[in-house]
Ligand binder design. Sequence first.
Ligand SMILES: Cc1cc2nc3c(=O)[nH]c(=O)nc-3n(C[C@H](O)[C@H](O)[C@H](O)COP(=O)(O)OP(=O)(O)OC[C@H]3O[C@@H](n4cnc5c(N)ncnc54)[C@H](O)[C@@H]3O)c2cc1C
Length: 398
Amino acid sequence: MDFRDTSEEAAFRQEVKEFLKKELPERFRGIGLYGEGGLGDMRARFEEMRGWRKKLATKGWIAPAWPQEYGGAGLGVMQQFIMNEEFAEARAPQMGGMGVAMVGPTLIIHGSEEQKKEHLSRILSGEVQWCQGFSEPEAGSDLASLQTRAARDGDDYVLNGQKIWTSGAQFAHWMFMLARTDLEAPKHKGISYFLVDMKSPGISVRPLVNMGGQAGFNDVFFDNVRVPAKNLVGEENRGWYIGTTTLDFERSSIGSAVGQRLQVEALIQFAKEHRKDGQSVIDHSSTLRYDLADRLLEAQVGKMLSYRVITMQAKGLVPNYEASMTKLFASELGQRIARTGMKVTGLYGQLVPGSEWSPARGRYAMSYIQTVASTIAGGTSEIQRNIIATRGLGLPRD
Ligand SMILES: Cc1cc2nc3c(=O)[nH]c(=O)nc-3n(C[C@H](O)[C@H](O)[C@H](O)COP(=O)(O)OP(=O)(O)OC[C@H]3O[C@@H](n4cnc5c(N)ncnc54)[C@H](O)[C@@H]3O)c2cc1C
């Protein structure tokens, strides 16, 4: 196995490195590495980031995977991966979001010309934020059980029902969502995919506060919301297949492996410098050095797993249980890194940001709480294990 870049890949890597060295403002380095800078912060930074966005846009690097005709860079899988790696190494913020990563590529494949014209350029300019209305109180892992109803009425559909865990809905201008259009059909065959203007009368958004004290996601209620029929994506009752395209785009966004290695390296550095009762924290614990060594090793394993997925994609293969392995491993590793961080910081590590006594500005306390989320979002760890067991190991379903 040869992990080295080809000469074209090496030249592209160099181009990205030079761009970042020259163009990335020093104050933006580090944004996002620890999940600092949630949705609210990102919104506040929007104006500040305008210049950075412009620079990325001139290269097509806001949406590197989109075809050039739609304002992307048309990069191949390996080039996207190299770009993600180099951005992560430089701790540089990318300007994606759900518009670029999820609904944009879905519209490029399934959208009408009118929908592409209306939405793609506004996604690239960053002026329009999107949210994903898939999950419902009784439909998460079993998404096809969703009950939000869309009934045809003249030139509109009328939406009634509820979505839950909708990230960023309180800021979003538009939602891409799934609703039931045929109550009689088998559950996967009665669902349609819609684009909904969040200013439509009858929509109400109620923020949900997570255990970290942040309102990242929301309940969204639909009370007789009229959606023009032109906002139906693809054919009526074929929305499940379009929704799975969106989910594939959600799950294939790779780039966390480098970020996790950087987190472990930063934690090791912190452990070397952090002192307890005047003594190095590493000398206080007989097992801490083993924990740190394990995390570094695991970060390398995570990298190899993502290389496997990328290599498959570059060969035109569709990763299946391999993508589940990567998602499962990376999300659970995130928790292990946070747990080791708590061990390094000790009892004071429980103090959240804001206290003068919280070590590392409360970073490890917050990531201990927040990393749980990624083992649930985008398909829970149990669901990933089921996929690996059935499709990867050939075990029976139950
Ligand atoms: C931070 C975060 C952001 C999110 N953002 C969005 C968003 O923007 N838009 C959106 O639509 N959704 C979003 N979600 C929702 C997410 O997709 C769901 O939470 C997830 O799919 C799980 O569904 P659920 O919460 O209904 O749990 P359930 O499906 O009810 O699962 C409950 C428990 O049962 C287990 N379980 C369920 N089925 C099986 C099975 N067959 N075998 C074994 N165990 C099983 C699960 O693993 C879990 O432990 C977000 C979630 C989180 C945590």
